[in-house]
Design a binder for this molecule. Structure first.
Ligand SMILES: Nc1ncnc2c1ncn2[C@@H]1O[C@H](COP(=O)(O)OP(=O)(O)OP(=O)(O)O)[C@@H](O)[C@H]1O
Length: 235
């Protein structure tokens, strides 16, 4: 579904991604893990078109994504749940979800989508009339995920959904993601600093360090890898 080949990107004179290659098959849950500053958010910005890469290729389905204007990428089926949630604080929960349904498929599937989103994330149904800015961090994260789902995406990209959340709340979010994926078969791409949780949730993973993929494998292989165990799992 998504093929990234030799991608390089950065900010002005600062290179961040150095020729990385990543594959996401339809229906897969792929996690990209790595330390602070490794380039995870930069990678997502490049996929959604916020940042123009300096080299490489991104193919989504049949489309050469780098020739598609950023706003059109959402219509192709890419939903980006950004780092730090970025919900619209002065809009209600329902209005935030409606903002997510601005794509053609989101508008078409709205009735069915909203029912499923409320089923998967019931707190959004309970608080549908509440201003998003008054929600807790965990609730805002669920709203950001719900807004992504409301666009009826083919690929849901999640940038550090656990950021700034208490471990128990983060665990709850990961459980919801596993459940949503199981029930919908949706393709998901996650970037995370919480390596253990990310590799438990996903079926395939990449370790990104200083803008390079240093390891790749299915979640079992990565969790058993000595380097991953020492550097990221505290073993
Ligand atoms: N707008 C920007 N301008 C210049 N440098 C930036 C910008 N955004 C990020 N960087 C730098 O690019 C590098 C990679 O940042 P990025 O946010 O992609 O890393 P990350 O792996 O997502 O880390 P984190 O988990 O801290 O978000 C870092 O050194 C960061 O300081």
């Amino acid at each position: 579904m998504l093929r990234i080949d030799g991608l390089s990107a950065g900010y002005s004179a600062k290179p961040v991604l150095n020729g990385i290659s990543i594959n996401v098959e339809a229906g897969q849950f792929v996690a990209i893990v790595g330390p602070n500053g490794a380039g995870k958010t930069t990678l997502f910005k490049t996929i959604s078109g916020i940042l123009q890469p300096s080299g490489g290729q991104i193919v989504f389905g049949e489309a050469d994504l780098l020739t598609v204007p950023p706003a059109q990428r959402a219509h192709l089926g890419i939903a980006h749940v950004p780092e730090g949630r970025q919900v619209f604080p002065s809009l209600t929960v329902m209005e935030n979800l409606e903002m997510g349904a601005m794509t053609e498929s989101g508008r078409r599937d709205w009735k069915q989508n909203i029912e499923r989103i409320f089923e998967w994330l019931p707190v959004l149904a309970e608080r549908r009339g509440q201003f998003a800015g008054t929600l807790s961090g965990g609730q805002q994260q669920m709203l950001a995920i719900g807004r992504g789902l409301a666009s009826s995406p083919k690929l849901l990209m999640l940038d550090e959904p656990s950021m700034g959340l208490a471990p128990s709340t983060a665990d709850f979010i990961f459980e919801r993601l596993i459940d949503i994926r199981k029930q919908s078969g949706l393709t998901m791409l996650l970037v995370e600093q919480r390596v253990a949780e990310a590799l438990e949730s996903a079926d395939h993973g990449y370790v990104l360090e200083a803008g390079r993929v240093v390891l790749e494998g299915n979640n079992e292989t990565l969790r058993a890898d000595d380097r991953v165990r020492k550097a990221y799992l505290g073993m």
